[in-house]
Design a protein around this ligand. Structure first.
Ligand code: FRU
Length: 758
């Protein structure tokens, strides 16, 4: 039935994959190398490095084999290693494995382990292998097993850990330092008496100021709740350079040899091999020509007890394409891949057909029903978790990753269902279906240059200089959505002039898809001069008679823009009587046909209209087309004729609006549907510049809705708690943006935002 191919996980195109190697972010992309035996699904033959790259940690492109055994020093395998970025170069370190033919034990003789360095500026081409350490260089108590270099740079010092086995079969880590990538000197060891015979894949890393030594030890005794697998993988906390108790990273059947790296936004991200060597169970993909995958990238944070929490990267939230509120006790068929959230402390059991997860007496148990065979020989795994608080389960075609208690405990397993998965749980759960690609926010309307005055708190005619900044509400909304890890695209037209070029470049740099930005020499790019009063509020003067954006025609919008669309957003600035208005009508229709949410922020700009009546009429024409309507306290009376949100709401709901977003500046916001209402108080900050604040509000709110898998039909089902949470999220996001000048440049990334409100 299934070919077991995963949707979300890195897999080899064919053959065998094991450890993740060389994780890094380099020249604008994430890179994952991996241990790769392309010729055999059981791992035999050439052991190479395969390479995958990704712009967003979600979609991965396989670029091929980048290193294979082709020098005497790595002739039996290009083994595991790491990557370090320094001064624009990518440095790769790995172990060259050599097994000399003969009658050897291959532990104390017959084997070579060479540490090798490669430097490149093209992550797809790794040439020029240089041996930096050989067996004769290691301390003389080491056996021939010394491997898996992990290198990092701290205060200009190059540091390296190597996994090793001593001649009398004790596992340990060798620690080196050097003033460059090729002259490491042995400094000391990390070891614990009686803790396995070999330590593989060490990784010394930092999480929120604490240091950890991660490793994959072999030879630990198996216990009921610990080290249940053939080989283990976990971490020691390093306190004053001493190793604390060992804690496993993962308590499922399939996890080994993880590696961490630091993302550009400061996150410490871990990826593991969702597999282990020498397992007593199997993977039916082997018969189909390949085996194994990597785990999802997981963000590491510090748990209150000092341990590590692992959670899937937030980018995954962009894949939540629909949701089902599951009620306790139902039986429901699940569409893969999916993401299930359980937040009920009373949870005791969730069953998936061929396997189940139960919690009792402070322990979580993952158990396969052996008669169904979904585990291919996997049986039971247990972990002590203390008091249960919550659980998140990500199911892909042939894997389950179970995050318990905020990610403090994780269980990962391969699973091979031969029929649809039926879910049955004793608690309410939210089931999100995950799309393969992130779904995007598309905004239509103006992208322009805001001329920001060099001094604030004065009237327009007293400003002596203005600086040009990217602006336009639809562009800003895309900017906020993209900064929060979302995908966005803008539909607009720009003049073929230097300001148009500037906008195009900066939209691209903000991560906004500009493939449907049309350019023209019929008109110039729109300009808006702004003056800033003492309180951060603004007056505008527009240069738009006409401007290029007004001329976008309906036939200039590609149908592709409506593929994978989550929401279409628009404002009123582009609803005057020019071609752009028809383009709006057409785009709304196409987006609607694709099931997208339609979001409208009138964002009134009186100086652009001949009369107030014209503006009001345009807004009124478009309100019935919108699912989400944003109104500010300054706009409500003009648009609805009512001052009070409750009075205005009934009429708006009747016209088809499903969610009203009512913003009241520093007094916070109210989110209202016909069934529920939520609110959040304002966040007190000193306003520096409110340019683009409302756009940040609606952009971040749309991202929040995306992150909880909301589609049109769910809007009226949003709970009071969700509406309040959404209002609070957007309030906080917006508050950060007004403490800094400009629009998009003032928008924090999701990680910056999380750091601010920690
Ligand atoms: C861990 C490991 C590493 C080694 C690599 C070889 O799974 O044994 O120690 O470098 O795999 O593929």
């Amino acid at each position: 039935m299934s070919d077991w191919k995963q949707n979300l996980h890195i897999e080899p195109p064919q053959g065998w994959l094991n450890d993740p190697n060389g994780l890094c972010f380099y020249s604008g992309k994430y890179h994952v190398y991996f241990q790769y035996a392309p010729d055999s699904a059981s791992g035999g033959g050439r052991k190479c490095w395969g390479h995958m790259e990704s712009p967003d940690l979600l979609s991965w492109e396989y670029t091929g084999i980048v290193m294979e055994p082709d020098i005497p020093e790595d002739r039996n395998g290009v083994y595991s290693g790491c990557a370090v970025v320094d001064e624009g170069k990518l440095h790769i370190f790995y172990t060259g494995n050599v097994k000399n033919p003969g009658d050897y034990d291959y532990i104390n003789e017959g084997r070579e382990a060479n540490q090798i360095h490669v430097v490149t500026d093209d992550p797809r081409v790794l040439n020029g292998k240089n041996i930096i350490l050989r067996n004769s260089d290691y301390p003389d108590y080491c056996s021939c097993h010394v491997r898996d270099p992990k290198v990092w740079i701290e205060d200009g010092v190059w540091k390296m850990v190597l996994g090793a086995r001593t001649k009398d079969s004790k596992g340990l880590v060798l620690y080196y330092e050097g003033d460059g990538p090729e002259n490491f000197k042995f400094v000391k060891t990390y070891e614990i008496p009686g803790f396995g015979y070999m330590w593989e894949c060490p990784d010394l890393f930092f999480v929120e100021g604490s240091s950890f030594l991660g490793l994959s030890p072999q030879g630990l005794p198996h216990e009921d709740f610990k080290n249940q697998n053939v080989y283990s993988s976990g971490y020691f906390k390093l306190t004053d350079d001493k190793l604390s108790d060992f804690e496993e990273f993962d308590h499922g059947f399939d996890f080994y040899a993880p590696q961490t790296f630091e993302a550009p936004d400061g996150r410490r991200i871990l990826i593991g091999w969702m597999g282990i060597g020498d397992i007593p169970y199997s993977n039916p993909t082997t018969e189909l020509g390949w085996q194994h995958c990597l785990t999802l990238p997981r963000v590491l944070t510090l748990a209150p007890d000092g341990g590590i929490c692992q959670n899937p990267i937030d980018e995954i939230l962009n894949l939540r394409s629909s949701r089902t509120a599951y009620k306790a006790g139902q039986k429901t068929e699940i569409t893969l891949p999916c993401d299930i959230m359980i937040r009920d402390e009373g949870f005791t059991r969730a069953s998936f057909g061929g396997f189940e997860i139960t919690v009792s007496d402070g322990a979580a148990v993952l158990k396969f029903d052996e008669s169904r065979g979904w585990g291919s020989g996997r049986d039971i795994r247990r972990v002590k978790i203390g008091k249960f608080t919550d659980m998140r389960i990500i199911l892909d075609t042939s894997s389950a990753e179970i995050y318990i208690n905020g990610g403090r405990f994780v269980m990962s397993t391969r699973v091979y269902p031969d029929a649809a998965i039926t879910y049955e749980c004793d608690c309410a759960s939210m089931i999100y279906t995950l799309s393969e690609k992130p779904m995007k926010l598309v905004a239509i309307g103006e992208a322009l240059i805001d001329f920001i005055p060099d001094k604030t708190g004065c009237a327009f005619d007293q400003v002596t200089a203005f600086s040009p900044k990217l602006g336009g509400a639809p562009a800003n909304v895309c900017g906020a959505f993209s900064r929060l890890t979302g995908k966005s695209a803008i539909l607009t037209k720009l003049g073929k002039d230097p300001f148009g070029n500037k906008i195009l470049k900066e939209l691209g740099e903000a991560g906004i898809d500009t493939s449907n930005v049309v350019t023209t020499d019929e008109a110039n790019t729109a300009l808006a001069f702004v003056s800033l009063e003492e309180d951060g509020n603004r007056t505008f003067s527009f240069y738009r008679n006409p401007s290029a954006d007004m001329l976008l025609k309906e036939n200039e919008i590609s149908d592709e823009m409506f593929d994978d669309i989550f929401a279409l957003h628009f404002c009123s600035v582009s609803l005057g009587d020019f071609p752009m208005k028809d383009a709006h009508r057409a785009a709304i229709e196409k987006a609607r046909a694709k099931g997208a949410l339609i979001s409208f922020d009138p964002n009134l700009r009186f100086p652009l209209w001949k009369s107030e009546e014209d503006l009001r009429a345009a807004v009124k024409e478009f309100i019935p087309k919108a699912d989400i309507l944003k109104l500010s306290d300054e706009e409500i009376a003009f648009i609805t004729g009512k001052d009070d949100i409750d009075d205005a709401a009934a009429e708006l709901f009747e016209q088809g609006v499903k969610l009203i977003v009512y913003t009241r500046g520093k007094d916070g916001a109210v989110l209202k549907t016909a069934n529920a209402s939520g609110q959040a108080a304002g966040v007190a900050v000193k306003a520096v510049d409110t340019t683009g604040a409302g756009d940040a509000y609606i952009g971040s709110l749309l991202w929040y809705l995306k992150s909880i898998g909301v589609t049109v039909k769910d809007l009226t089902e949003l709970t009071e708690a969700e509406l309040s949470e959404g209002a609070a999220f957007a309030n906080k996001y917006c508050a950060v943006t007004i403490t800094k000048p400009g629009a998009i440049p003032s928008y924090p990334s999701l990680q910056e935002f999380k750091n601010i409100y920690k």
